[in-house]
Design a protein. Structure first.
Length: 586
């Protein structure tokens, strides 16, 4: 086809397009693409003023779409196409990652939801069995109070006690004195995980002897009896949340309002009519450093603030039936003298002493002791120690154990109670890939290679220097121990792959460690830091602990009752960075 024929066809098609026989796009497609078609070579030059170009003006195609005519054009085109491919590929990869992450999160949520449902079912089954063992009879709603007998239907409920088990005992005794002074009945708290409060899961007798508060002369009812009483009332019993906290220079010791919400205290599960707002009572800043007379005045003021207010005529105004207490004082503010002075008609309550454990835990400890006796026990808390103290402390402890064994060759076992994960010492976690968990929630986050090196060095040095001394702890002793009733029944309520006492309740190991250490022939503890820059701080191998104090108090009581000829040979021997602390009493 020559140029003249193309021009003639173009004029004909242009005329047809204006007459409606062809669409303009058809003529444009032909007119634009025909001259650029491969192989088209006009025999004569195309004049720029051609009529069909004037009739259908169109800009030339962009350079990037022009056919490559040289190597540089081909390379430029290849680079542009490669960039486009990379962009598309990146979008596809990112989309795949996003969808994978989305599906993974969805699967994780489904698994977590299923796991939580499984854990709730396990806890329901276990709680049912525990309650059937420790509260076999349905609670008597009338046993909670009797107005005719002078037992008003007024209660103090331990909503939250901030400290852990050993210190929480003293704080619960404080709430008992408060209930006594207000002529109210103390509701024994639930317990679990070394904590007391309405959010805990086990009944009080799971940890302690149920007659503990009877020995103090303080009136109590169980949590189950309280729930039975509140559910049986025609109207919901009135209740108010009361915070008792340490004040600060700028209320730094105060409690955030969110902590006092009924949901945080697990009061929603109780049949109570909760009054708003909560009442917060703050003790003076550093009141515990005052003389006893001033402390007593603070305690009396606390009780007075919770007594029924009076009218101008002297009539008493109503007070809530239940005071749900959030208790976070670290030091005692009440004593039996102040409490009995406010209620002179009742016999004076007795001072605090550590609670008697539940019989089943005493039996477990005695079985361990009978297997090991005579033996030495060590309480070594390393969480707050400077890590550079640890190697010297470990070496000092080995020195003292070697000397003790030389004096007492019959002593062949050493029972270690520590916040360090003992499974590491036994090699149970080596290479398993499981996360390590210390015997303290806060210490788990602080475990370091220095802690591992120090404890493993202690074990290795003890084996080398005293090969006849067997190091043991809670876990290996329980592995082959026959458990007393009702523990086998309780463990059967757990899944078959986790039937240990630690699975039953995470607070159990510390209870048993404490009882075993109290009965050991010889007891070691790390020298406690006093936090005042003294010599003891520079040589410290431990922390001042109410847990250690309870062990020492129990041992001192046995020494007083039985004497040195009994199974307990000393009260405590401290080890420090430089060896035995010379101020110890043997």
């Amino acid at each position: 086809m020559d140029y003249a024929e193309v021009k003639q066809d173009s004029r004909r098609l242009s005329a047809q397009s204006f007459s409606g026989q062809h669409k303009p796009s058809d003529s444009l497609q032909i007119l634009v693409t025909s001259p650029l078609s491969p192989g088209f070579r006009p025999s004569t030059p195309i004049p720029e003023s051609a009529s069909y170009l004037r009739a259908f003006p169109r800009e030339p195609p962009p350079p990037e779409y022009a056919a490559p005519r040289s190597y540089s054009d081909w390379r430029s085109l290849a680079q542009r196409n490669l960039k486009r491919v990379c962009v598309v590929f990146s979008v596809l990869v990112l989309s795949a990652i996003w969808w994978t992450s989305l599906l993974s999160q969805k699967n994780s949520r489904v698994q977590n939801k299923a796991m939580k449902a499984f854990e709730r079912e396990v806890e329901r089954n276990l709680s049912s069995v525990v309650n059937s063992v420790f509260a076999p009879e349905p609670p008597d709603a009338g046993a909670a109070c009797d107005e005719e007998k002078g037992i008003p239907c007024k209660f103090v409920l331990a909503g939250v006690i901030k400290e852990q088990e050993t210190k929480a005992q003293a704080h619960l005794h404080q709430l008992g004195l408060l209930a006594f002074a207000l002529n109210r009945t103390l509701v024994l708290p639930q317990v679990s995980g070394s904590r007391f409060g309405t959010c805990s899961k086990r009944p009080f007798p799971f940890y302690y002897d149920s007659n503990t508060f009877s020995s103090f002369g303080i009136r109590t009812i169980s949590h189950a009896e309280f729930v039975g009483w509140s559910s049986a009332q025609e109207r919901l019993p009135s209740s108010r949340v009361v915070a008792i906290a340490q004040g600060g220079e700028e209320k730094s010791g105060g409690i955030a309002p969110a902590e006092l919400a009924p949901k945080k205290l697990c009061l929603d599960s109780l049949a109570l009519d909760i009054e708003e707002p909560p009442l917060a009572l703050y003790a003076p800043y550093r009141f515990h450093q005052w003389d006893q007379e001033r402390i007593d005045s603070v305690g009396a003021g606390l009780v007075t603030a919770l007594l029924p207010p009076t009218t101008e005529d002297g009539d008493f105004l109503p007070t809530p039936d239940v005071l749900a207490v959030h208790f976070s004082l670290r030091f005692p503010i009440l004593n039996p003298y102040i409490a009995s002075k406010l209620v002179p008609s009742l016999p004076s309550p007795r001072p605090f002493s550590h609670f008697a454990p539940a019989p089943m835990w005493t039996e477990v400890a005695e079985r361990i002791v009978s297997r090991l006796a005579p033996f030495a026990a060590i309480h070594w808390r390393i969480e707050t120690l400077p890590t550079f103290h640890l190697p010297a402390c470990a070496s000092s402890l080995v020195d003292q154990l070697v000397m003790l064994h030389a004096r007492q060759p019959k002593l062949t076992s050493v029972y270690l109670a520590t916040d360090y994960p003992l499974s590491m010492l036994a090699g149970e976690d080596g290479g398993s890939g499981k996360p390590l968990k210390a015997n303290s929630d806060t210490f788990t986050k602080l475990l370091s290679s220095a802690h591992h090196a120090a404890m493993q060095g202690f074990v290795a040095e003890l084996k080398q220097r005293a090969p006849n001394l067997r190091l043991t702890s809670y876990q290996p002793e329980l592995a082959s121990l026959s458990l007393p009733s009702p523990l086998p029944t309780l463990l059967e309520a757990l899944p078959s792959d986790r039937r240990s006492l630690n699975d039953l309740d995470s607070g159990v190991p510390s209870l048993i460690d404490k009882l075993v250490a109290q009965r050991a022939a010889w007891f070691f503890a790390g020298l406690a830091s006093e936090g005042r820059g003294t010599e003891a701080d520079e040589l410290a191998c431990g922390k001042s602990s109410s847990y250690t104090e309870e062990i020492v108090d129990g041992r001192a009581r046995q020494l007083r009752e039985v004497g040195e000829g009994g199974e307990v040979w000393n009260k405590v021997e401290h080890f420090s960075v430089r060896g035995k602390w010379e101020a110890d009493e043997w």
